[in-house]
Design a protein around this ligand. Structure first.
Ligand code: ADP
Ligand code: MG
Ligand code: ZN
Length: 517
């Protein structure tokens, strides 16, 4: 089968023989998956002539991904991933996703596309199937070398797509397939991709953020304008206030309209001093305070692309800076590296953008974050100063390689310490409370997953026993006892709060950490 993509209403059987042994399919799959597979055959009947759909391998809000087998002319059976896009996806959005795969895919760790099928509004993108492991399942057993290679290959895929002017916008482990055994890597899911100003992808030149048929909502996203009379705000006022840290015990719909909203963080555009703006004859009085007044609450949100998953979003995305570039993907790669170095996945678990921003401040420092935001025209107000963390100390502590510092040393959850400002909710409660070696990040939703630390489960035994076990201990360290400074230096450069000074993917590949690759 050739890898040249064919997008057609008809059947693309080039290289494939018709195989109609669906009846022979063993019903190993659950009943509901069987129903879904039958539905897909009905929605796109051409698939039946080419593929035996074996299983469902992914299910999201916007697509379902199936594993299909095709009998090739030479007798080989080949496996494919069939991505069935929800019929309500905007046609231009679908075409853009496909164009990213056809133009940039198939090399440098970027997934390619084999075929595309369509019947009416049902579209199925067919890709080579790549077996992969979920990061959450393997994070606790990865060696440092595996982590180094993983990040190298992720950066390689980013360099590649960025050369085409593609901003992926949803870089996270679920979209970067990793086969640990075969050392294969593939970037997938261009469903949120956008183009840079000079993108080579024609369909990314369309303003995809304004496609109306079905905007892809994002985890944790709420319609913040739902209770606001959008037409009553002036154009000038529209850029003044973007986000308000809500009180979490309140209902999301009511809190935007409540009169005394307080929270640790607020973000504003800096283009004009809010206290001088007058809207509907009223003067704002919340500038540089930790509250947001009713006047600001009634301002229209700034329109800027906000895609991806809150925990992986760059500060300029979280603050809705309108000029977002390929640097946002680099930030996300940094969050992944932080996750892998600390052994915690997900690292930041945030249900909305301001919680995500607060969590970033607990690691990167509030002063530093405020300073960076200022450089791209956003005023961030934080009710409490959060010190910047040393990345090695942070990661080694989270790995259990260092004793956990006391509260007074590491007030990581400072912003959420004040219960009156930030009441506890289930969102902020860690899924499991570790018994030892914990950091306070857990209380602000940072560093969620606690992996096993086999190398630290033993007590101080007799030296003879230690000698016996030393080789085992050595191997169980998996290289985490000698992480070079370069790893933390690269992490620092990927998670540069300022997108204009943040390292690019191309530069990162030249980093000393990868000099042998
Ligand atoms: P969505 O837009 O719904 O997130 P993705 O393109 O990210 O869709 O695919 C969802 C999941 O399906 C992926 O996380 C991955 O597990 C699986 N998947 C996607 N493409 C492939 C592929 N080519 N080979 C194997 N699995 C795939
Ligand atoms: Mg995805
Ligand atoms: Zn105000």
């Amino acid at each position: 089968m050739e890898l040249s993509p064919v997008c057609t209403d008809g059947i693309s059987t080039d290289g494939c023989t018709i195989k109609s042994d669906r009846a022979q399919r063993k019903s190993k799959v659950p009943r509901d998956v069987e129903v879904d597979i039958e539905f897909l055959y009905k929605a796109v009947p051409q698939l039946n002539k080419v593929f035996r759909i074996v299983d469902k391998i992914g299910e999201g809000t916007f697509s379902s991904v199936y594993l299909g087998e095709a009998q090739m002319r030479d007798g080989r059976k080949e496996r494919f991933a069939l991505k069935h896009l929800i019929p309500t996806s905007h046609p231009t959005r679908i075409a853009a996703e496909l164009q990213c795969l056809t133009v940039a895919g198939g090399k440098d760790n970027v997934m390619g596309v084999s075929y595309c099928f369509r019947k009416e509004d049902h579209v199925v993108i067919v890709m080579p199937y790549m077996e992969h492991q979920a990061i959450v399942d393997i994070i606790s057993s990865l060696t440092f070398e595996e982590v180094r290679l993983y990040i190298y290959h992720l950066l390689k895929s980013l360099k590649h797509i960025h050369q085409f002017g593609i901003i992926h916008r949803d870089i996270k482990p679920n979209n970067f397939l990793y086969n640990r055994n075969s050392k294969m890597y593939a970037l997938v899911d261009f469903g949120l991709a956008q183009g840079t100003a000079d993108t080579q992808i024609e369909l990314l030149k369309v303003d995809l953020t304004r496609l109306s048929k079905m905007q892809r909502p994002v985890f944790g996203e709420k319609n913040l304008n739902s209770c606001l009379p959008a037409s009553s705000t002036t154009k000038q006022a529209a850029i003044m206030t973007e986000l308000v840290k809500p009180i979490k015990t309140e209902d999301p719909a009511s809190r935007r309209c409540s009169s005394a909203i307080r929270g640790p963080v607020a973000v504003r555009s800096q283009t004009q001093k809010p206290q001088r703006t007058v809207q509907q004859g009223l003067t704002c009085n919340c500038y540089l305070t930790d509250r947001v007044c009713n006047i600001c609450l009634s301002r229209k949100q700034q329109v800027a692309a906000r895609a991806g998953t809150p925990g992986f979003r760059a500060p300029e995305v979280l603050t809705k800076c309108p000029n977002q570039g390929t640097a946002i993907d680099v930030w996300s790669a940094g969050v992944i590296l932080l996750s892998l170095l600390s052994g915690r996945y997900p690292f930041f678990k945030a249900s909305d953008d301001l919680i995500a921003l607060t969590q970033i401040m607990t690691i990167r420092g509030s002063r530093e974050t405020i300073q960076a935001a200022k450089s791209f025209g956003k005023a961030v107000v934080c009710s409490k100063e959060l010190p910047k963390q040393d990345l090695r100390t942070l990661c080694e502590t989270l790995r259990g390689r260092r004793p956990s510092p006391g509260d007074e040393v590491t007030p990581l959850h400072g912003a959420s310490k004040d219960a009156a400002h930030h009441p506890k909710t289930p969102d902020d409660t860690p899924t499991h409370r570790p018994t030892e070696g914990t950091l306070k990040q857990h209380e602000s939703g940072v560093g969620q997953t606690l992996p096993n630390h086999p190398e630290h489960s033993g007590s101080k035994d007799a030296s003879t026993l230690l000698d016996k076990q030393s080789s085992e201990v050595e191997s169980s360290e998996r290289g985490w006892d000698r992480v070079p400074d370069g790893a933390y230096n690269l992490l620092d450069r990927l998670m540069d709060l300022n997108p204009t000074t943040r390292i690019t993917a191309a530069q990162a590949l030249q980093h000393p950490l990868f000099k042998d690759l």
